[in-house]
Design a protein around this ligand. Structure first.
Ligand SMILES: NC(=O)c1ccc[n+]([C@@H]2O[C@H](COP(=O)([O-])OP(=O)(O)OC[C@H]3O[C@@H](n4cnc5c(N)ncnc54)[C@H](OP(=O)(O)O)[C@@H]3O)[C@@H](O)[C@H]2O)c1
Length: 287
């Protein structure tokens, strides 16, 4: 038993060193004037990303469904230093809006250097109750629209040595309870864009593709859903947003934020039974 504990602790230490090891440095100047489209930017992590890009002097287009809120976020972006801050309302569950939003950005900014796909449709935090229609709808919003927007933006990103940034979740790496449909959309993202990462590298593409694995973040939506049910600390949305932005700017393939997400995804493979027990023990679920 003692030996096993030592092995686990040694493995976790190695994993911590590996995840903290980075030789890449972020130069904020690379974002001055950069042409960026951020989705799901009316609130939460997307809103915080818009503010960070603004502080670094980028030219931004933000999108989500609520036009009035987008207008307020865009105004704040301008006050923070954005060279441009435009907004376009769009519903990513529709067939046409993903293309329309990318076309708008290409036209207004004259091309794209960053496409940051971050939006998610609302989904319940509860046991699966057979709502197949919701799962289908959520797949459209959280997955198919990402594929469609990426395809539409790729030629411009290729031309500009740009970056495609996918905001995913630890649930895209391993399933968790109460999130069957949401987790499925994130697994789909990881599968699709993980494959695309290989293909871009094999083609010597100019485009970098970053897949961001996030743990629990203290956005209003996440806190409201998990309150009283999940007993793990939430990381700050502004810091999550900054880490995503740096990952894209430094053209890294992956981000794990907070860093514990990396350890959990490793231990899930190494010690599945213990990790599953740990995951369930963090939930206060009473049937
Ligand atoms: N917060 C967490 O704990 C956590 C953990 C892991 C991963 N993540 C990932 O981080 C990203 C951001 O999460 P968040 O917590 O910041 O989310 P959030 O606060 O719920 O924001 C979601 C955004 O998506 C927009 N949206 C919703 N439905 C839409 C639709 N049909 N079409 C277009 N836009 C739509 C919302 O704006 P409107 O309502 O105005 O449309 C909003 O701007 C997501 O990809 C999420 O999976 C978050």
């Amino acid at each position: 038993m003692r030996t096993l504990t030592k092995i686990i602790l040694a493995s976790i230490s190695v994993a911590f060193i590996a995840v903290n090891w980075s030789t890449v440095t972020f130069d904020p100047e690379t974002l001055r004037g950069a042409r960026v489209l951020v989705t799901g930017a009316s609130t939460g992590i997307g809103e915080q990303m818009a503010y960070h890009y603004a502080r670094f002097g980028a030219q931004i287009v933000i999108t989500a469904r609520r036009e009035k809120v987008l207008q307020q976020v865009a105004e704040k972006c301008l006050s923070l230093g954005a060279q441009k801050a435009l907004y376009i309302a769009g519903d990513m569950a529709t067939e046409t809006d993903p293309d329309r939003v990318v076309d708008f950005s290409l036209e207004k900014l004259g091309g794209l250097d960053y496409l940051v796909l971050n939006h998610i449709g609302p989904s319940p935090f509860s046991m699966w109750k057979g709502d197949v229609e919701h799962s289908r709808w959520l797949m459209k919003v959280n997955f198919f629209s990402y594929v469609q927007m990426a395809w539409k933006a790729l030629p411009s990103l290729e031309q500009n040595k740009g970056s495609l940034v996918i905001v995913s979740s630890l649930l895209g790496k391993m399933p968790g309870p109460l999130t069957a449909s949401y987790g499925a959309t994130k697994c789909a993202l990881n599968g699709f864009f993980g494959s695309l990462q290989h293909e871009l590298a094999m083609k010597n593409s100019n485009v970098s593709l970053s897949i961001c694995t996030l743990g629990l973040i203290d956005t209003a939506t996440a806190m409201e859903k998990t309150k009283g049910i999940v007993n793990i600390p939430a990381a700050p949305a502004s810091e999550a947003a900054l880490n995503i932005l740096k990952t894209g700017a430094t053209r890294q393939a992956e981000l794990y934020y907070p860093r514990t997400t990396f350890i959990i995804s490793l231990t899930k493979d190494w010690f599945p039974t213990a990790t599953n027990y740990f995951i369930r023990s963090t939930y206060n679920y009473k049937p």
